[in-house]
Design a protein around this ligand. Structure first.
Ligand SMILES: Cc1cc2nc3c(=O)[nH]c(=O)nc-3n(C[C@H](O)[C@H](O)[C@H](O)COP(=O)(O)OP(=O)(O)OC[C@H]3O[C@@H](n4cnc5c(N)ncnc54)[C@H](O)[C@@H]3O)c2cc1C
Length: 459
Protein backbone atom coordinates (compact mmCIF):
# COMPACT_ATOMS: atom_id res chain seq x y z
CA UNK A 1 0.00 0.00 0.00
CA UNK A 2 1.36 3.37 -0.85
CA UNK A 3 -1.26 5.85 0.28
CA UNK A 4 -0.47 8.80 2.47
CA UNK A 5 -1.90 9.36 5.87
CA UNK A 6 -2.81 12.95 5.16
CA UNK A 7 -5.34 11.69 2.61
CA UNK A 8 -6.73 9.18 4.93
CA UNK A 9 -7.60 10.96 8.14
CA UNK A 10 -8.15 14.68 8.21
CA UNK A 11 -5.50 16.53 10.19
CA UNK A 12 -6.07 16.25 13.90
CA UNK A 13 -8.94 13.80 13.62
CA UNK A 14 -6.93 10.84 14.86
CA UNK A 15 -5.57 12.78 17.80
CA UNK A 16 -9.06 14.00 18.70
CA UNK A 17 -10.50 10.52 18.55
CA UNK A 18 -7.53 9.19 20.54
CA UNK A 19 -8.39 11.60 23.30
CA UNK A 20 -12.02 10.52 23.36
CA UNK A 21 -11.63 6.78 23.19
CA UNK A 22 -9.42 4.29 25.05
CA UNK A 23 -6.53 2.90 22.96
CA UNK A 24 -6.08 -0.86 22.95
CA UNK A 25 -2.41 -1.80 22.98
CA UNK A 26 -1.36 -3.78 19.88
CA UNK A 27 0.43 -7.07 20.47
CA UNK A 28 4.24 -6.89 20.28
CA UNK A 29 5.87 -8.21 17.12
CA UNK A 30 7.71 -11.49 17.39
CA UNK A 31 11.31 -11.34 16.25
CA UNK A 32 12.31 -13.47 13.26
CA UNK A 33 14.88 -16.09 14.21
CA UNK A 34 16.94 -18.31 11.98
CA UNK A 35 19.74 -20.44 13.45
CA UNK A 36 21.29 -23.72 12.40
CA UNK A 37 18.47 -25.69 14.02
CA UNK A 38 15.54 -23.33 14.60
CA UNK A 39 13.83 -21.63 11.66
CA UNK A 40 10.66 -19.60 11.30
CA UNK A 41 8.98 -17.75 8.48
CA UNK A 42 8.52 -13.97 8.17
CA UNK A 43 5.22 -13.92 10.07
CA UNK A 44 6.39 -16.43 12.70
CA UNK A 45 3.56 -18.98 12.27
CA UNK A 46 5.64 -21.59 10.41
CA UNK A 47 8.56 -23.07 12.30
CA UNK A 48 10.85 -26.07 12.31
CA UNK A 49 13.86 -27.61 13.97
CA UNK A 50 16.15 -28.72 11.15
CA UNK A 51 19.10 -31.05 11.61
CA UNK A 52 21.29 -28.59 9.75
CA UNK A 53 21.21 -25.33 7.84
CA UNK A 54 23.46 -25.65 4.77
CA UNK A 55 24.66 -22.55 2.92
CA UNK A 56 26.79 -23.87 0.05
CA UNK A 57 29.06 -21.39 -1.72
CA UNK A 58 28.49 -22.60 -5.28
CA UNK A 59 26.57 -25.03 -7.51
CA UNK A 60 29.22 -27.73 -7.08
CA UNK A 61 28.76 -27.64 -3.33
CA UNK A 62 24.97 -27.89 -3.76
CA UNK A 63 25.45 -31.00 -5.92
CA UNK A 64 27.87 -32.56 -3.41
CA UNK A 65 25.44 -31.88 -0.58
CA UNK A 66 22.49 -33.49 -2.36
CA UNK A 67 24.51 -36.50 -3.48
CA UNK A 68 25.76 -37.05 0.07
CA UNK A 69 22.80 -36.11 2.29
CA UNK A 70 20.89 -39.02 3.74
CA UNK A 71 17.66 -37.40 4.92
CA UNK A 72 15.18 -34.87 3.55
CA UNK A 73 16.39 -31.59 2.02
CA UNK A 74 14.22 -28.49 1.71
CA UNK A 75 15.22 -25.22 0.09
CA UNK A 76 14.60 -21.95 1.85
CA UNK A 77 14.70 -18.54 0.18
CA UNK A 78 13.77 -15.49 2.24
CA UNK A 79 11.18 -17.42 4.29
CA UNK A 80 8.38 -15.16 3.04
CA UNK A 81 5.80 -17.88 2.41
CA UNK A 82 2.92 -18.29 4.85
CA UNK A 83 2.32 -21.97 4.01
CA UNK A 84 4.61 -24.65 5.53
CA UNK A 85 6.54 -25.22 2.29
CA UNK A 86 9.95 -24.93 3.91
CA UNK A 87 9.94 -26.87 7.23
CA UNK A 88 11.95 -30.06 7.47
CA UNK A 89 13.59 -32.07 10.22
CA UNK A 90 16.38 -32.84 7.74
CA UNK A 91 18.58 -30.27 6.00
CA UNK A 92 17.49 -26.72 5.22
CA UNK A 93 19.32 -25.49 2.16
CA UNK A 94 19.80 -21.77 1.58
CA UNK A 95 21.29 -20.31 -1.60
CA UNK A 96 22.04 -16.94 0.02
CA UNK A 97 25.67 -17.40 -1.06
CA UNK A 98 24.77 -18.48 -4.59
CA UNK A 99 23.53 -15.08 -5.71
CA UNK A 100 24.09 -12.43 -8.36
CA UNK A 101 23.77 -11.62 -12.04
CA UNK A 102 25.77 -14.14 -14.11
CA UNK A 103 25.24 -12.89 -17.67
CA UNK A 104 23.04 -10.61 -19.72
CA UNK A 105 22.41 -9.96 -23.39
CA UNK A 106 21.01 -6.51 -24.09
CA UNK A 107 20.23 -7.26 -27.71
CA UNK A 108 18.40 -10.49 -26.94
CA UNK A 109 16.82 -8.98 -23.77
CA UNK A 110 17.83 -11.97 -21.66
CA UNK A 111 19.59 -12.33 -18.31
CA UNK A 112 20.85 -15.26 -16.23
CA UNK A 113 20.90 -14.96 -12.45
CA UNK A 114 21.71 -17.27 -9.57
CA UNK A 115 18.64 -18.68 -7.81
CA UNK A 116 19.57 -17.21 -4.42
CA UNK A 117 19.59 -13.60 -5.67
CA UNK A 118 17.14 -11.46 -3.70
CA UNK A 119 14.71 -9.49 -5.85
CA UNK A 120 16.14 -6.11 -4.75
CA UNK A 121 19.57 -7.28 -5.92
CA UNK A 122 18.10 -8.70 -9.15
CA UNK A 123 16.60 -5.31 -9.98
CA UNK A 124 19.63 -3.25 -8.93
CA UNK A 125 22.04 -5.39 -10.95
CA UNK A 126 19.79 -5.47 -14.01
CA UNK A 127 19.38 -1.69 -13.76
CA UNK A 128 23.16 -1.24 -13.83
CA UNK A 129 23.08 -3.16 -17.11
CA UNK A 130 20.22 -0.98 -18.45
CA UNK A 131 17.66 -3.77 -17.98
CA UNK A 132 14.66 -4.56 -15.78
CA UNK A 133 12.17 -7.29 -14.97
CA UNK A 134 8.84 -6.78 -16.74
CA UNK A 135 6.88 -6.74 -13.52
CA UNK A 136 7.46 -7.20 -9.80
CA UNK A 137 5.54 -8.20 -6.66
CA UNK A 138 4.86 -5.77 -3.80
CA UNK A 139 8.10 -6.50 -1.95
CA UNK A 140 11.69 -7.11 -3.04
CA UNK A 141 13.03 -9.32 -0.26
CA UNK A 142 12.28 -12.74 -1.80
CA UNK A 143 14.92 -14.88 -3.47
CA UNK A 144 14.45 -15.25 -7.22
CA UNK A 145 14.12 -19.05 -7.01
CA UNK A 146 11.74 -18.84 -4.05
CA UNK A 147 9.58 -16.23 -5.80
CA UNK A 148 9.14 -18.13 -9.05
CA UNK A 149 8.67 -21.44 -7.21
CA UNK A 150 5.33 -20.27 -5.76
CA UNK A 151 4.19 -18.25 -8.83
CA UNK A 152 4.83 -14.86 -7.26
CA UNK A 153 3.19 -12.05 -9.26
CA UNK A 154 2.58 -8.32 -9.42
CA UNK A 155 -0.34 -6.56 -11.10
CA UNK A 156 -1.13 -5.73 -14.73
CA UNK A 157 -3.92 -6.96 -16.99
CA UNK A 158 -1.37 -7.81 -19.71
CA UNK A 159 1.49 -8.83 -17.40
CA UNK A 160 1.96 -12.44 -16.28
CA UNK A 161 3.58 -13.70 -13.07
CA UNK A 162 7.40 -13.73 -12.84
CA UNK A 163 7.88 -17.39 -13.76
CA UNK A 164 6.28 -16.80 -17.19
CA UNK A 165 9.43 -14.92 -18.22
CA UNK A 166 11.71 -17.85 -17.33
CA UNK A 167 13.22 -19.39 -20.48
CA UNK A 168 15.72 -21.78 -18.87
CA UNK A 169 16.56 -23.18 -15.43
CA UNK A 170 19.51 -25.03 -13.97
CA UNK A 171 18.43 -27.50 -11.32
CA UNK A 172 20.44 -29.74 -9.04
CA UNK A 173 18.39 -32.95 -8.92
CA UNK A 174 17.70 -34.82 -5.67
CA UNK A 175 20.52 -37.21 -6.73
CA UNK A 176 23.00 -34.34 -7.04
CA UNK A 177 23.15 -33.98 -10.83
CA UNK A 178 23.16 -30.60 -12.56
CA UNK A 179 20.55 -30.42 -15.34
CA UNK A 180 19.63 -27.55 -17.62
CA UNK A 181 16.03 -27.26 -18.80
CA UNK A 182 15.26 -24.88 -21.64
CA UNK A 183 12.21 -23.97 -23.67
CA UNK A 184 13.33 -25.62 -26.91
CA UNK A 185 14.75 -28.92 -25.71
CA UNK A 186 12.72 -29.54 -22.55
CA UNK A 187 9.37 -27.73 -22.83
CA UNK A 188 7.61 -30.15 -20.45
CA UNK A 189 10.31 -30.19 -17.78
CA UNK A 190 10.53 -26.39 -17.92
CA UNK A 191 6.74 -25.98 -17.71
CA UNK A 192 6.82 -28.16 -14.58
CA UNK A 193 9.94 -26.65 -13.01
CA UNK A 194 8.93 -23.00 -13.41
CA UNK A 195 6.51 -23.34 -10.48
CA UNK A 196 7.68 -26.38 -8.53
CA UNK A 197 7.49 -25.55 -4.78
CA UNK A 198 11.05 -26.80 -4.29
CA UNK A 199 9.87 -30.36 -5.06
CA UNK A 200 11.86 -31.14 -8.21
CA UNK A 201 15.34 -30.10 -7.06
CA UNK A 202 17.37 -27.00 -6.22
CA UNK A 203 17.14 -24.14 -8.72
CA UNK A 204 20.62 -22.62 -8.96
CA UNK A 205 20.28 -20.59 -12.19
CA UNK A 206 17.38 -18.77 -13.79
CA UNK A 207 17.43 -17.34 -17.32
CA UNK A 208 14.68 -14.81 -17.97
CA UNK A 209 13.34 -12.51 -20.62
CA UNK A 210 13.92 -8.95 -19.47
CA UNK A 211 13.07 -5.50 -20.83
CA UNK A 212 15.07 -2.28 -21.22
CA UNK A 213 15.16 -0.37 -17.92
CA UNK A 214 12.15 1.93 -17.73
CA UNK A 215 10.58 4.64 -15.60
CA UNK A 216 7.05 4.76 -14.25
CA UNK A 217 4.66 7.40 -13.01
CA UNK A 218 2.48 6.41 -10.09
CA UNK A 219 -0.85 7.88 -9.09
CA UNK A 220 -2.71 6.97 -5.91
CA UNK A 221 -6.17 8.17 -4.99
CA UNK A 222 -9.10 7.25 -2.79
CA UNK A 223 -12.63 6.60 -4.07
CA UNK A 224 -15.85 5.11 -2.68
CA UNK A 225 -15.58 1.34 -3.04
CA UNK A 226 -18.66 1.04 -5.29
CA UNK A 227 -17.10 3.48 -7.74
CA UNK A 228 -13.82 1.53 -7.61
CA UNK A 229 -15.53 -1.80 -8.30
CA UNK A 230 -17.37 -0.25 -11.21
CA UNK A 231 -14.25 1.30 -12.76
CA UNK A 232 -11.68 -1.43 -11.98
CA UNK A 233 -11.89 -3.37 -15.30
CA UNK A 234 -11.53 -0.17 -17.34
CA UNK A 235 -8.66 1.12 -15.15
CA UNK A 236 -6.88 -2.22 -15.61
CA UNK A 237 -7.31 -1.99 -19.39
CA UNK A 238 -5.98 1.54 -19.62
CA UNK A 239 -2.94 1.36 -17.29
CA UNK A 240 0.16 -0.84 -17.44
CA UNK A 241 -0.37 -1.60 -13.75
CA UNK A 242 -3.55 -1.12 -11.77
CA UNK A 243 -4.60 -2.45 -8.40
CA UNK A 244 -6.76 -1.34 -5.53
CA UNK A 245 -6.89 -1.85 -1.80
CA UNK A 246 -10.24 -1.93 -0.03
CA UNK A 247 -10.07 -0.36 3.45
CA UNK A 248 -12.45 -2.48 5.58
CA UNK A 249 -15.32 -0.77 7.38
CA UNK A 250 -14.62 2.58 5.68
CA UNK A 251 -16.48 2.28 2.36
CA UNK A 252 -13.33 3.53 0.60
CA UNK A 253 -10.73 1.94 -1.64
CA UNK A 254 -7.28 3.21 -2.64
CA UNK A 255 -6.42 2.93 -6.35
CA UNK A 256 -2.82 2.67 -7.53
CA UNK A 257 -1.87 3.05 -11.19
CA UNK A 258 1.56 2.99 -12.83
CA UNK A 259 2.13 4.09 -16.40
CA UNK A 260 5.37 4.34 -18.41
CA UNK A 261 7.08 7.70 -17.95
CA UNK A 262 9.42 9.13 -20.57
CA UNK A 263 11.04 11.70 -18.28
CA UNK A 264 13.90 11.01 -15.88
CA UNK A 265 13.13 13.13 -12.82
CA UNK A 266 12.63 11.35 -9.52
CA UNK A 267 9.75 12.51 -7.32
CA UNK A 268 9.17 10.14 -4.42
CA UNK A 269 7.11 11.50 -1.52
CA UNK A 270 8.02 9.54 1.64
CA UNK A 271 5.84 6.48 2.15
CA UNK A 272 3.32 6.87 4.94
CA UNK A 273 1.77 3.42 4.57
CA UNK A 274 2.61 2.60 8.15
CA UNK A 275 0.75 5.69 9.42
CA UNK A 276 -2.31 4.68 7.45
CA UNK A 277 -2.24 1.15 8.80
CA UNK A 278 -1.91 2.56 12.31
CA UNK A 279 -4.97 4.77 11.74
CA UNK A 280 -7.01 1.84 10.42
CA UNK A 281 -5.96 -0.24 13.41
CA UNK A 282 -6.91 2.59 15.79
CA UNK A 283 -10.34 2.96 14.26
CA UNK A 284 -10.81 -0.77 14.76
CA UNK A 285 -9.47 -0.63 18.32
CA UNK A 286 -11.76 2.24 19.29
CA UNK A 287 -14.91 1.38 17.41
CA UNK A 288 -14.57 -2.28 16.42
CA UNK A 289 -17.58 -3.27 18.51
CA UNK A 290 -19.73 -0.59 16.84
CA UNK A 291 -19.45 -1.23 13.08
CA UNK A 292 -22.05 1.41 12.16
CA UNK A 293 -20.29 4.05 14.22
CA UNK A 294 -16.97 2.90 12.78
CA UNK A 295 -18.25 3.39 9.23
CA UNK A 296 -19.81 6.73 10.11
CA UNK A 297 -16.58 7.93 11.74
CA UNK A 298 -14.49 6.74 8.79
CA UNK A 299 -16.76 8.65 6.40
CA UNK A 300 -16.32 11.79 8.53
CA UNK A 301 -12.58 11.41 9.09
CA UNK A 302 -11.37 10.29 5.68
CA UNK A 303 -10.21 13.03 3.37
CA UNK A 304 -10.44 11.64 -0.15
CA UNK A 305 -9.64 14.89 -1.91
CA UNK A 306 -5.88 14.59 -2.32
CA UNK A 307 -3.93 12.37 -4.67
CA UNK A 308 -0.25 11.36 -4.72
CA UNK A 309 2.05 11.32 -7.73
CA UNK A 310 5.50 9.77 -7.89
CA UNK A 311 8.01 9.08 -10.65
CA UNK A 312 11.03 6.81 -10.55
CA UNK A 313 12.67 3.67 -11.93
CA UNK A 314 10.09 0.88 -12.34
CA UNK A 315 11.60 -1.38 -9.66
CA UNK A 316 11.84 1.39 -7.08
CA UNK A 317 8.13 2.15 -7.45
CA UNK A 318 6.69 -1.34 -7.83
CA UNK A 319 8.45 -3.15 -4.99
CA UNK A 320 9.54 -2.25 -1.47
CA UNK A 321 9.25 -3.65 2.07
CA UNK A 322 6.44 -4.26 4.58
CA UNK A 323 7.50 -3.31 8.11
CA UNK A 324 4.15 -4.29 9.69
CA UNK A 325 3.87 -8.07 9.68
CA UNK A 326 0.75 -10.06 8.88
CA UNK A 327 -0.62 -13.41 7.73
CA UNK A 328 -2.30 -13.70 4.38
CA UNK A 329 -4.43 -15.79 2.04
CA UNK A 330 -4.76 -15.16 -1.70
CA UNK A 331 -6.66 -16.80 -4.52
CA UNK A 332 -6.68 -16.21 -8.24
CA UNK A 333 -10.11 -16.32 -9.88
CA UNK A 334 -11.07 -16.17 -13.58
CA UNK A 335 -10.86 -12.55 -14.78
CA UNK A 336 -14.61 -12.28 -15.43
CA UNK A 337 -15.44 -13.44 -11.90
CA UNK A 338 -13.06 -11.00 -10.16
CA UNK A 339 -15.47 -8.23 -9.21
CA UNK A 340 -18.28 -10.58 -8.12
CA UNK A 341 -15.81 -12.55 -6.02
CA UNK A 342 -14.29 -9.52 -4.30
CA UNK A 343 -17.77 -8.21 -3.43
CA UNK A 344 -18.49 -11.57 -1.81
CA UNK A 345 -15.15 -11.54 0.01
CA UNK A 346 -15.79 -8.02 1.36
CA UNK A 347 -19.26 -9.05 2.60
CA UNK A 348 -17.78 -12.09 4.34
CA UNK A 349 -14.81 -10.21 5.75
CA UNK A 350 -16.93 -7.47 7.27
CA UNK A 351 -18.85 -10.00 9.35
CA UNK A 352 -15.71 -9.93 11.56
CA UNK A 353 -15.42 -6.69 13.48
CA UNK A 354 -11.72 -7.19 14.26
CA UNK A 355 -10.69 -6.86 10.61
CA UNK A 356 -8.78 -3.71 9.66
CA UNK A 357 -6.03 -4.74 7.24
CA UNK A 358 -6.67 -3.58 3.63
CA UNK A 359 -7.65 -6.21 1.06
CA UNK A 360 -5.63 -6.21 -2.18
CA UNK A 361 -7.12 -6.72 -5.65
CA UNK A 362 -4.83 -7.28 -8.66
CA UNK A 363 -4.85 -8.40 -12.29
CA UNK A 364 -2.55 -11.12 -13.68
CA UNK A 365 -2.18 -12.43 -17.25
CA UNK A 366 -2.39 -16.19 -17.88
CA UNK A 367 0.60 -18.45 -18.68
CA UNK A 368 1.29 -22.15 -19.21
CA UNK A 369 3.39 -23.43 -16.28
CA UNK A 370 1.79 -26.63 -15.02
CA UNK A 371 1.32 -25.53 -11.40
CA UNK A 372 0.72 -21.88 -12.22
CA UNK A 373 -2.51 -20.60 -10.63
CA UNK A 374 -2.78 -18.57 -13.84
CA UNK A 375 -2.54 -21.66 -16.07
CA UNK A 376 -4.29 -20.71 -19.32
CA UNK A 377 -6.43 -18.24 -17.40
CA UNK A 378 -6.27 -14.44 -17.21
CA UNK A 379 -7.06 -13.80 -13.56
CA UNK A 380 -7.89 -11.41 -10.78
CA UNK A 381 -6.05 -11.96 -7.50
CA UNK A 382 -7.69 -11.25 -4.17
CA UNK A 383 -5.51 -11.14 -1.06
CA UNK A 384 -6.81 -10.90 2.50
CA UNK A 385 -4.52 -10.12 5.43
CA UNK A 386 -4.69 -10.48 9.23
CA UNK A 387 -2.26 -8.59 11.46
CA UNK A 388 0.51 -10.64 13.04
CA UNK A 389 -0.53 -11.87 16.49
CA UNK A 390 -4.26 -11.73 15.64
CA UNK A 391 -6.56 -14.65 14.62
CA UNK A 392 -6.01 -15.86 11.04
CA UNK A 393 -7.70 -19.29 10.82
CA UNK A 394 -10.78 -17.58 9.34
CA UNK A 395 -8.74 -16.70 6.25
CA UNK A 396 -9.08 -20.38 5.35
CA UNK A 397 -12.35 -21.37 7.05
CA UNK A 398 -14.44 -18.31 6.03
CA UNK A 399 -12.70 -16.67 3.06
CA UNK A 400 -11.59 -20.02 1.54
CA UNK A 401 -15.18 -21.15 0.75
CA UNK A 402 -15.85 -17.85 -1.04
CA UNK A 403 -12.76 -18.35 -3.21
CA UNK A 404 -13.90 -21.91 -3.98
CA UNK A 405 -17.30 -20.64 -5.17
CA UNK A 406 -15.51 -18.72 -7.93
CA UNK A 407 -13.07 -21.48 -8.98
CA UNK A 408 -10.22 -19.74 -7.15
CA UNK A 409 -6.79 -21.32 -7.40
CA UNK A 410 -4.70 -20.73 -4.26
CA UNK A 411 -1.38 -18.88 -4.14
CA UNK A 412 1.04 -21.64 -3.16
CA UNK A 413 2.86 -19.39 -0.69
CA UNK A 414 -0.22 -18.01 1.06
CA UNK A 415 -2.54 -19.67 3.57
CA UNK A 416 -4.93 -22.21 2.09
CA UNK A 417 -6.29 -25.68 2.87
CA UNK A 418 -7.12 -27.03 -0.59
CA UNK A 419 -7.07 -30.84 -0.77
CA UNK A 420 -5.24 -32.97 -3.36
CA UNK A 421 -8.55 -33.73 -5.08
CA UNK A 422 -9.48 -30.04 -5.26
CA UNK A 423 -6.06 -29.13 -6.63
CA UNK A 424 -6.25 -31.89 -9.23
CA UNK A 425 -9.60 -30.49 -10.39
CA UNK A 426 -8.35 -26.89 -10.51
CA UNK A 427 -4.92 -27.44 -12.11
CA UNK A 428 -5.30 -29.33 -15.44
CA UNK A 429 -1.63 -30.50 -15.41
CA UNK A 430 -1.53 -31.42 -11.69
CA UNK A 431 -1.31 -35.17 -12.33
CA UNK A 432 1.43 -34.66 -14.94
CA UNK A 433 3.41 -32.68 -12.37
CA UNK A 434 2.99 -35.45 -9.77
CA UNK A 435 4.22 -38.05 -12.27
CA UNK A 436 7.29 -36.02 -13.21
CA UNK A 437 8.04 -35.37 -9.54
CA UNK A 438 7.85 -39.11 -8.79
CA UNK A 439 10.25 -39.90 -11.62
CA UNK A 440 12.77 -37.26 -10.50
CA UNK A 441 12.53 -37.98 -6.77
CA UNK A 442 11.13 -41.49 -6.22
CA UNK A 443 12.27 -41.52 -2.58
CA UNK A 444 10.62 -38.17 -1.84
CA UNK A 445 13.80 -36.61 -0.45
CA UNK A 446 12.66 -33.10 -1.46
CA UNK A 447 9.25 -33.46 0.22
CA UNK A 448 8.01 -32.39 3.65
CA UNK A 449 4.69 -33.07 5.42
CA UNK A 450 2.92 -30.13 3.72
CA UNK A 451 3.96 -31.23 0.23
CA UNK A 452 3.08 -34.87 0.99
CA UNK A 453 -0.42 -33.69 1.93
CA UNK A 454 -0.76 -31.47 -1.15
CA UNK A 455 0.51 -34.16 -3.50
CA UNK A 456 -1.26 -37.08 -1.80
CA UNK A 457 2.02 -38.91 -1.10
CA UNK A 458 2.02 -41.37 1.81
CA UNK A 459 4.49 -40.65 4.64
C1 LIG B 1 5.29 -9.15 3.01
C2 LIG B 1 5.03 -10.12 1.87
C3 LIG B 1 4.64 -9.61 0.64
C4 LIG B 1 4.39 -10.48 -0.42
N1 LIG B 1 3.99 -9.97 -1.62
C5 LIG B 1 3.70 -10.81 -2.64
C6 LIG B 1 3.25 -10.30 -3.89
O1 LIG B 1 3.14 -9.08 -4.10
N2 LIG B 1 2.92 -11.19 -4.86
C7 LIG B 1 3.01 -12.54 -4.67
O2 LIG B 1 2.67 -13.31 -5.56
N3 LIG B 1 3.46 -13.05 -3.50
C8 LIG B 1 3.82 -12.22 -2.50
N4 LIG B 1 4.29 -12.74 -1.31
C9 LIG B 1 4.54 -14.19 -1.23
C10 LIG B 1 5.98 -14.51 -1.60
O3 LIG B 1 6.39 -13.82 -2.76
C11 LIG B 1 6.14 -16.02 -1.89
O4 LIG B 1 5.69 -16.77 -0.82
C12 LIG B 1 7.58 -16.38 -2.24
O5 LIG B 1 7.65 -17.73 -2.57
C13 LIG B 1 8.57 -16.11 -1.12
O6 LIG B 1 9.89 -16.19 -1.62
P1 LIG B 1 11.05 -16.67 -0.64
O7 LIG B 1 12.34 -16.39 -1.30
O8 LIG B 1 10.83 -16.09 0.70
O9 LIG B 1 10.81 -18.23 -0.64
P2 LIG B 1 10.49 -19.20 0.59
O10 LIG B 1 9.21 -18.79 1.20
O11 LIG B 1 11.66 -19.31 1.45
O12 LIG B 1 10.26 -20.55 -0.23
C14 LIG B 1 9.17 -20.67 -1.11
C15 LIG B 1 9.29 -21.96 -1.91
O13 LIG B 1 10.39 -21.88 -2.80
C16 LIG B 1 11.25 -23.00 -2.64
N5 LIG B 1 12.59 -22.56 -2.94
C17 LIG B 1 13.30 -21.56 -2.39
N6 LIG B 1 14.52 -21.51 -2.96
C18 LIG B 1 14.58 -22.49 -3.87
C19 LIG B 1 15.58 -22.96 -4.77
N7 LIG B 1 16.78 -22.38 -4.86
N8 LIG B 1 15.30 -24.02 -5.56
C20 LIG B 1 14.09 -24.63 -5.50
N9 LIG B 1 13.12 -24.23 -4.67
C21 LIG B 1 13.37 -23.17 -3.87
C22 LIG B 1 11.02 -23.41 -1.18
O14 LIG B 1 11.39 -24.75 -0.97
C23 LIG B 1 9.54 -23.19 -1.04
O15 LIG B 1 8.84 -24.28 -1.57
C24 LIG B 1 4.56 -11.90 -0.24
C25 LIG B 1 4.96 -12.40 1.01
C26 LIG B 1 5.20 -11.52 2.06
C27 LIG B 1 5.64 -12.05 3.39
Amino acid sequence: MRTQRRWFLKTGAAALAAGLLPLRIAPAQAAQASTATHWENWSGIVQCKAQALAQPADEGAVATLLAGASGAVRCVGAGHSFTPLVPTDGTLLSLDRVAGLLAHDKAALSATLHGGTRLAQVSAQLDSAGLALRNLPDINIQSLAGAISTATHGTGAELPAMHADVTALRIVTPQGELVDYDQLRHPDQLAAARVSLGALGVITRVTMNVVPAFNLRRKVWLAPVEEMLERAPELARTHRHFEFYYLPFTGYAAAITHIPFAGTEVAMPPSQDEDMLRDLRRLRDWLGSYPQLRRWSAAKLIDPSLTEHATNRSWLLLSNTRPTRFNETECHVPRDAGIACVRDVIRTLEKRNEVFFPLEFRFVKGDDAWLSPFYKRDSCSIAVHAAQGEPYAYLMSEIGPVFRKYQGRPHWGKLHNFSTAELAALYPRFKDFLELRRSLDPRGRMLNPHLRTLFGVAT
